[in-house]
Design a binder for this molecule. Structure first.
Ligand code: AGP
Length: 618
């Protein structure tokens, strides 16, 4: 939920830390701070606001030119409002130790009270300041080195953390640790330098070698030496597994687009191909997915599939429900992970649970997985971020291969999740014999055409922009769809509200008459998905009902549509495909529409207020 970055080596630390924070800002952006060590003193700058606000402050500081050790933090507040004092880094009571932290220390209050009785004072309302003081107290009591003190302190805390800690009295090392929040160490092998970050993006131009800590591991990073990784609970040494990063600088830059969201919308044709590449062999009529192949019996014998996810991933899960039930004839339940984990759900070893998450770090989804595993269910992950917590926690899985998604509003994550779910549903349908051979082959051929159809749709951007300019000042919007496109209506509404702050509701089209119809008047824009095969006539009747109440209709129809064109105020045409694959197309104009409205309203598209890219707290 927050972004951590750090450096120890021979280079100037400041530019590495500050540029790293800019790349991690998607993780949280309500306050930011840096600590730079000049060889003698630690210099701290922190502020409420974005990394650019922090830079305005640090621009005046001479320490930018000094020092080869530094750490930084970009925050999404949990304990304590976003303000200058609550921003990280935090010093310990003596001023010797400094910490940056991503996560939550749940028992911070008990520890804080105990530390107060020992004379500690606190400047901020954060749990993080409690942790750095606990480390200091352990160090004092035990008379040990920083690494040992961090280890002992962490055995006393309950919660989640990724931390980096530095001690100015032993300025040749940084200690990092993780439980529930990711942390990566970039290894500049030849130069004995090290980078620390919540993900690898801050150090990608310096090294391709990275160590990802596992939960309950800590690392002692000593300048010019090798990294030592230990288990926090039993102090045993672990082999530091250095992985070669596949990430490129190009992937994490805007590449000429004004916003990451727009870049990611336009990346969808390629992202969908990357998702099915090597898996779907359309001409041979084969779908190969190791995670499914190796566990096909579990899928075949499942009494039901339970899909757990949050937000956009939950919407993709709803599309999955339609796909699995329609093609593979298996009952599916789609659950908000946050509700599922707390409502004592009935789960049996004959259930297959599919957890969907772009980041692979969403706390509620992770907790739902752990619950399902404890009840004996087989858990399959659909994640984008390779090596993420959810990818590791699940029994098997399939990556979406969408590439880094940096805009907070999910776009390519959604379409690639649907692509993976379509492949699994088709594969299962074939194995179960619930779909004829010819239908299976037909779907594969049609799936192969989807990327070029998305490409074609992206070319109507100007038309969507025009529609956006007409409705940008709306106060409320309604999104309607049926069948496979009901989840797309929900997703369209979520996209609009999260980046433009316009209130929007998604509904199954036929439900409109059970309540939302009361909202309709001449000021209400209603986005209706009315593709030619999806209960078309029924949706046309819904459109008539809206029209007779003076609502403004923006319809998404199949190319060549005649009927809706005559009634709607605006139509956007999508290329023809099978109904089950239409969500991959109908969602594109809705993403573009939300994007353009947000830009026209001068909103921060990539970093909407109050949100963060991965929600690692409950
Ligand atoms: C999507 O636009 C959102 N910002 C959000 O709903 C997101 O989909 C949700 O938090 C789940 O994230 P995940 O896919 O990384 O688990």
């Amino acid at each position: 939920m927050c972004g951590i970055t750090g450096y120890i080596g021979h280079r100037k630390a400041y530019p590495i830390v500050i540029n790293g924070l800019k790349r991690l800002e998607y993780r949280g952006y309500d306050s930011a701070g840096v600590m730079m060590f000049d060889g003698d003193q630690m210099h701290l700058s922190k502020t409420k606001g974005k990394v650019s606000d922090l830079e305005e402050i640090t621009n005046k500081e001479t320490y930018r030119q000094e020092g080869n050790i530094g750490m930084g933090h970009t925050r999404w507040a949990t304990h304590g409002v976003p303000n200058d004092i609550n921003s990280h880094p935090h010093f310990s009571e003596s001023g010797d130790l400094v910490i940056v932290h991503n996560g939550i220390i749940e028992n911070y209050d008990t520890i804080k009270k105990e530390l107060i009785t020992r004379g500690y004072t606190f400047q901020s309302d954060t749990d993080t300041e409690v942790l750095v003081n606990l480390i200091e107290e352990v160090k004092k009591q035990e008379g040990c080195k920083l690494g040992k003190a961090v280890q002992i302190a962490l055995t006393q805390v309950i919660g989640a953390y990724a931390i980096a800690v530095f001690d100015k009295t032993k300025p040749n090392e940084i200690i990092v640790a993780r439980l529930g929040s990711p942390i990566a160490i970039g290894v500049g092998k030849d130069l004995g330098e090290f980078f620390v970050a919540s993900d690898a993006s801050p150090f990608i131009e310096f090294t391709k070698d990275a160590i990802y800590l596992e939960d309950e591991e800590m690392a002692i990073i000593k300048l010019g030496k090798e990294v030592k990784v230990r288990k926090i609970m039993d102090d045993s040494l672990v082999d530091a597994n250095i992985q070669e990063l596949q990430l490129s600088l190009e992937q994490i830059e805007k590449g000429g687009y004004d916003h990451f969201m727009l870049k990611e919308i336009h990346e969808q044709p390629k992202a969908i191909i990357d998702t099915y590449r090597g898996r779907m062999l359309a001409d041979e009529g084969i779908i190969k997915m190791a995670g499914v192949d190796d566990n096909i019996e579990k899928f075949m014998n499942a009494d039901r599939i339970i899909i757990v996810a949050c937000g956009t991933s939950w919407h993709a899960g709803l599309v999955g429900e339609y796909l699995f039930e329609d093609m593979a004839r298996v009952p599916v339940e789609v659950e908000y992970a946050s509700e599922f984990r707390y409502r004592n759900p009935i789960i049996t070893p004959k259930d297959v649970v599919i957890a969907i998450s772009q980041s692979g770090e969403t706390a509620d989804t992770l907790a739902a997985i752990k619950l399902a595993k404890s009840k004996g269910a087989f858990v399959f992950g659909v994640c984008n971020v390779v090596g993420s917590s959810i990818a590791r926690e699940t029994h098997a899985g399939a990556y979406t291969h969408a590439g880094p998604e940096i805009g907070v509003a999910s776009t390519k994550a959604f379409t690639t999740q649907i692509t993976v779910l379509s492949l699994i549903a088709l594969k299962l349908a074939k194995a179960k014999g619930t779909l004829s051979n010819s239908a299976f082959h037909m779907y594969l051929q049609k799936m192969q055409l989807i990327p070029s159809k998305v490409e074609k749709l992206l070319q109507i951007d100007n038309k969507v922009k025009e529609i956006a300019s007409v409705y940008k000042d709306a106060k409320n919007c309604l999104y309607l769809g049926r069948g496979f496109n009901f989840p797309v209506a929900l997703e369209g509404a979520l996209k609009l509200k999260e980046i433009s702050y316009i209130h929007a509701e998604g509904y199954p089209a036929a439900e409109m008459k059970h309540g939302p119809i009361a909202l309709i008047d001449e000021n209400m824009p209603i986005f209706v998905i009315a593709t030619n095969k999806g209960h078309y006539e029924k949706v046309v009747s819904n459109i008539q009902e809206i029209k007779s109440r003076s609502g403004k209709i923006i319809a998404i129809v199949t190319e060549g549509d005649v009927t809706v064109k005559e009634i709607a105020d605006h139509v956007i045409e999508i290329p023809d495909t099978e109904e089950a694959l239409t969500p991959l197309l109908t969602t594109i104009p809705l993403q573009l529409l939300s994007y353009h409205i947000a830009v026209m309203l001068d909103k921060n598209v990539d970093q909407p207020r109050n949100l963060a890219k991965s929600v690692t707290v409950e």
